[in-house]
Design a protein around this ligand. Structure first.
Ligand code: NAD
Length: 479
């Protein structure tokens, strides 16, 4: 596959000639050497995106044609689903089972926004006086999309699909751990027949290529998904050029099990809530809040389930727990586990690094459950981003909701109860961008997703995402 930068529909090596290695975290092998783009390459990509934006090639292409190109890209991706899912597994370590779900969702997202392209409209406004007043929704311009490594192609599509549908042009900077599927997608963009400069990919480091994109005066908007810490830096840097920003940041999401819940379903939901995607999921239900009267039985079932969920070869169709993305991430997660033990939480399942067959290598961590966690402990407060669950207990509704909101984050939450009034009361009381009731970890292209509080602002997905890629223009006509 191509491992150069994708700029103006051409494959180009980095101007510096530098490359960086991409490692398969399940085998520890270097699987590619990818172009290390930096500020000069970002300049070239932004220039291509700007030229395309200012020309008639994209924003003034009929909206229907833009939609058709997005739909074509979706079809091409669907045609190579298995191959691209394998590539996602190769650089990320997630199971092939999960990669297929991820790439399917990417296909859906492309189709969803392909449908929106010719339905982005303004309003006609009843104002005082002899005027016809209407609004136009115009594309914001050149969009810099900076994305993390956990759902590499899917999260990228949450940005480039609505941006392209709205008539923006895009420079995508994938995470340096996982640049391969963005490059594979660029091949499909070329095949689909997008005009040069509409979609560009600059691979490279965050502090080099990423920061250059954020600082670039010709980029109109940064759409970022990643850690809260980097999100803050981006906000500061973007201020220098009054750039618009959308930030999808970290989380420490509460998953609340009330005593009247269907406990079997709740335990299953708690498990997929934290172990799906090896816990490297921004909305992972990493704080499990259990009503005290059912606490013992919930924890017992959870520990039992976690012990059965053994890490293994991500390409094996039966594996449900893959490798963490990198050695560094494995070390971070193990560091948190150590802290949990040191601060007095009770380790009831997992806790160790493993190197399963067939390679006897790789950055795996067991499915880990901590019981008797208190809100002050580090593992109850900080995002671990790994397969580590912290279980806390509460006595009544008020205490449960209070505990749920006791976090600087507000990305998502889960509620398990059979009482519909209680469920909806809790959904209202929790400060988070997504609340699942008797479900966890479901996403859809049509359902907006994003954070409250330190989990960021702006929304991906749904029609709401389009707001982030359009400017509103008000037109007054004297009658
Ligand atoms: P990260 O913040 O380290 O990196 C994200 C991206 O930003 C990468 O492409 C990186 O190269 C780039 N980057 C790093 N420093 C930069 C800088 N100074 N300027 C510009 N770009 C820079 O995050 P990560 O480790 O890749 O991903 C994990 C984090 O992402 C977690 O905190 C997780 O919660 C969050 N996340 C959030 C969502 C969401 O929708 N809210 C979804 C997925 C992941």
């Amino acid at each position: 596959m191509n491992t150069d930068l994708f700029i103006n529909n051409e494959w180009r090596p980095a101007a510096s000639g530098k490359r960086f290695p991409v490692v398969n975290p399940a085998t520890e092998e270097v699987i590619a050497e990818v172009a290390a783009g930096d500020a000069g390459d970002v300049d070239n990509a932004v220039a291509a995106a700007r030229t395309c934006f200012e020309s008639d090639a994209w924003r003034n292409l009929s909206a229907r044609k833009r939609g058709r190109l997005l739909a074509k890209a979706a079809d091409l991706l669907e045609g190579r689903l298995e191959e691209i899912a394998r590539l996602e597994t190769a650089h990320n370590g997630k199971t092939l089972f999960e990669s297929k779900i991820e790439i399917t969702m990417t296909v859906n997202t492309l189709r969803y926004y392909a449908g929106w392209a010719d339905k982005i409209t303004g309003d006609t406004l009843p104002v005082d006086g002899p005027f016809l007043v209407y609004t136009l929704r115009e594309p914001i311009g050149v969009v810099g999309a900076i994305v993390p490594w956990n759902f590499p192609l899917n999260i990228a599509s949450w940005k480039f699909a609505p941006a392209l549908a709205a008539g923006c042009t895009v420079v995508l900077k994938p995470a340096s751990e996982t640049p391969l599927t963005a490059l594979a997608f660029a091949e499909l963009v070329l095949e689909a027949g997008f005009p040069p400069g509409a979609f560009n990919v600059v691979t490279g480091g965050g502090s080099t290529a990423g920061a250059a994109l954020v600082r670039h005066p010709d980029v109109d908007k940064i759409s970022f998904t990643g850690s809260t810490e980097v999100g803050r830096q981006i906000m500061r840097m973007a201020a220098e050029t009054n750039k618009r920003v959308t930030l999808e940041l970290g989380g420490k999401s509460p998953n609340i099990i009330f005593a009247d819940a269907d406990l079997k379903a709740a335990v299953r939901g708690a498990q997929t809530g934290i172990f799906y995607g090896k816990g490297e999921v921004c909305a992972a239900g990493s704080r499990l809040l259990v009503e005290r009267s059912v606490h013992d039985q919930v924890v017992e079932q959870l520990a039992e389930g976690a012990k059965k969920l053994t890490p293994g070869d991500p390409l094996d169709k039966n594996t449900r727990l893959g490798a963490l993305v990198s050695k560094r991430q494995q070390e971070t997660v193990l560091g948190y586990i150590k802290k949990g033990v040191a601060e007095g939480a009770a380790l009831v399942a997992g806790g160790k690094a493993v190197s399963p067959p067939p390679n006897g290598k790789g950055y795996f961590v067991e499915a880990t459950v901590f019981d008797q966690v208190s809100p002050e402990m580090t593992i109850a407060r900080e995002e671990i981003f790994g397969p580590v669950l912290a279980v806390l207990s509460f006595d009544d509704f008020e205490q449960g909701v209070k505990l749920a909101n006791q976090s600087m984050y507000g990305l998502a939450a889960g509620i398990w109860t059979k009482d519909i009034q209680k469920a909806h009361r809790a959904a209202r009381a929790i400060r988070a961008g997504t609340v699942w009731i008797n479900a966890y970890n479901f996403y859809d292209s049509g359902a907006p997703f994003g954070g409250f509080k330190a989990s960021g602002f702006g929304r991906d997905l749904g029609k709401e995402a389009l707001d982030g890629y359009t400017e509103v223009k008000t037109v007054w006509v004297g009658l």
